[in-house]
Every structure is written in structure tokens, then in C-alpha cells.
Design a protein around this ligand. Structure first.
Ligand SMILES: [Ca+2]
Ligand SMILES: [Ca+2]
Length: 130
């Protein structure tokens, strides 16, 4: 990790510490607040799941640091792994057609675009070309 990323990582840690509860952990709600995103969106939820590695429902400083380190200083493979785990909701190691459909649906909803189910199906099929 380069010097700039290290400085940024320290800033992230300091920022999240301000929001942290007893024991230096963040619940999903406080984590989202710290991100400045109060709505419980699909992507915020997936991001929290990714950071909360041991899946105990709270993020501690170690998990936060590990997660941020991947995004700031990880290799391309690390970053692809991050994207994969955002979309791979059942943790199977693959993105199924159904998972892709849910990601696209969330994209459309959260960007206030208006797509019909037919258009979403079409898009899913176009991307999921087996
Ligand atoms: Ca955790
Ligand atoms: Ca999967």
C-alpha cells in the first residue's frame, strides 16, 4: 500500500472510530451512518456483509481495516473478489442468473431509472450469455 493509501486508511479508521460503540464496533446502522448513507439500500447492505467477515452483525476495527485495505491497496484479483462477493449473495463462488437479476434490479431502483420487468429480463439475459 502506498503512502497516500495509508494516510487515507488512517482517516477512515479515525472517522469510523467516532461512530463506534463500546468495544470499538459498529452495528449496521451506525456503519451506514458513518458512510453518510442512512437508507438501507441493497448495495449498502451487501457492502456491510462484505466488511463483516465473521458475520456477527457488527464491524470491528480489524474488519474495517481489512476491508478498506483491499479497496485501497489490494491487487486486481482482490478487487475482483470484492465485486464478486458483493454480487454472490449465497457465497457459492459464482454469480447466478438470479443474483445478477437482483443486482440489476437494485441498480435500476437505486438510480431511479424506470425499467419494466421485460427490460430487466432482457438485460439479464444479454449479460448472462452462457
Ligand atoms: Ca464482525
Ligand atoms: Ca452465488
Amino acid at each position: 500500500m502506498d503512502k497516500e493509501s495509508k494516510t487515507l486508511l488512517e482517516k477512515i479508521q479515525t472517522h469510523f472510530l467516532k461512530f463506534s460503540e463500546a468495544g470499538g464496533t459498529l452495528s449496521k446502522q451506525t456503519f451506514l451512518q458513518a458512510l453518510g448513507d442512512r437508507k438501507d439500500s441493497f448495495f449498502a447492505d451487501r457492502f456491510f456483509q462484505y466488511i463483516d467477515r465473521n458475520q456477527d452483525g457488527v464491524v470491528d476495527m480489524r474488519e474495517l481495516t481489512q476491508g478498506a485495505a483491499v479497496l485501497l491497496g489490494g491487487s486486481d484479483m482482490d478487487k475482483i473478489g470484492f465485486l464478486l462477493s458483493l454480487y454472490d449473495m449465497d457465497g457459492s463462488g459464482e454469480i447466478s442468473r438470479e443474483e445478477l437479476r437482483r443486482v440489476l434490479t437494485a441498480c435500476v431502483l437505486e438510480s431511479n431509472m424506470h425499467f419494466s420487468d421485460t427490460h430487466l429480463d432482457y438485460l439479464t439475459n444479454a449479460l448472462f450469455d452462457e
